[in-house]
Design a protein around this ligand. Structure first.
Ligand SMILES: C[S@@+](CC[C@H](N)C(=O)[O-])C[C@H]1O[C@@H](n2cnc3c(N)ncnc32)[C@H](O)[C@@H]1O
Length: 274
């Protein structure tokens, strides 16, 4: 059987933490609908689909509207997206990259293909927008990037059949999640230090006030009987915001930092309400 996996490389992708997160979900056992309000590359969603655990539908959302358009394109129009990506692959060059980067196509399939093409060929595969909402990452130096992974896109489209997609802030989950559902929050992490911060995922960064609002939303959902899980960095602020919940510390290597001397092992936490 085809293996479901993310069709985008996303900063903060959860590949290393995945076994730990899956362990918590298995410990929980059954749940109703699955919600991922900071979906990014969706690593946990695709893995739970592989395990047959998303039986009752999923709601995936992110504040990055262009990211959600890419999901919508892959979900609903995968063949046109594939055809457009084949064309990008055949025309791939420095000039083509910067022309696509500067373009703002009208159709959903073109917009999805644009984001996937840039994601596959840009520097470090980090989708980052400037304050005007422009994509400003230079071209990466890949000799032979896989621009159009046809089988991968078709299986991702299949995986997304059970998902409802929407763009918006994480607080929207308060209107969606019911008792017995599972919510996984993977926010931009609380920075370990000012220089280690990497929170420019979207037009606005994610501030400490956002982190506090998120902890509040976590508590409201938990009190409602929703099963809630969150990953974040192991900082004093995080430990105190979630003090009333179960906190497991996990060592994980992170490579988002551009300064090699700051890479390496940092502790992360997984907070669960169950
Ligand atoms: C750490 S990444 C998620 C990574 C993801 N779990 C994966 O496997 O690739 C954080 C995501 O949160 C999104 N985000 C930032 N602020 C947000 C907000 N206020 N509401 C919802 N999503 C937000 C970013 O666009 C980004 O995609």
């Amino acid at each position: 059987m085809a293996v479901f996996r993310p069709f985008l490389k996303w900063a903060g992708g959860k590949r290393q933490l995945l076994p730990v997160l899956v362990g918590h979900v298995l410990r929980l056992g059954t749940f109703r609908a699955y919600h991922e309000p900071f979906v990014g590359g969706g690593a946990l969603f695709f893995e739970l689909r592989n395990l047959g655990l998303v039986a009752d539908g999923a709601r995936l959302s992110d504040v990055n509207g262009r990211l959600i358009e890419a999901y919508q394109g892959v979900a609903d129009q995968v063949e046109p997206v594939i055809a457009l990506l084949r064309e990008h692959a055949s025309r791939h060059s420095r000039d083509h990259y910067y022309a696509v980067r500067g373009a703002n196509p009208a159709s959903l399939a073109e917009r999805a293909a644009r984001l996937i093409y840039l994601n596959r060929t840009c520097f470090n595969g980090l989708y980052r927008e400037n304050r005007q909402g422009g994509f400003n990452v230079p071209m990466g130096r890949y000799t032979n990037p896989t621009i159009c992974d046809e089988p991968g896109l078709r299986t991702a489209s299949d995986a997304l059949r059970v998902a409802r997609l929407s763009a918006g802030s994480f607080v929207g989950v308060l209107d969606q999640a019911r008792a017995g559902d599972l919510v996984y929050f993977d926010p931009p992490y609380v920075p370990l230090s000012r220089t280690a911060s990497f929170t420019a995922y979207a037009r606005e960064g994610f501030s400490m006030a956002d982190q506090e609002r998120l902890a509040e939303v976590f508590g409201v959902l938990a009190d409602r009987g929703v099963h809630v899980m969150l990953s974040n960095s192991r900082t004093d602020a995080v430990l105190s915001m979630y003090a009333r919940f179960r906190i497991d510390v996990v060592q994980a290597a992170r490579s988002v930092n551009s300064r090699a001397d700051r890479r390496g092992c940092v502790d992360e936490v997984v907070v669960t309400s169950f």
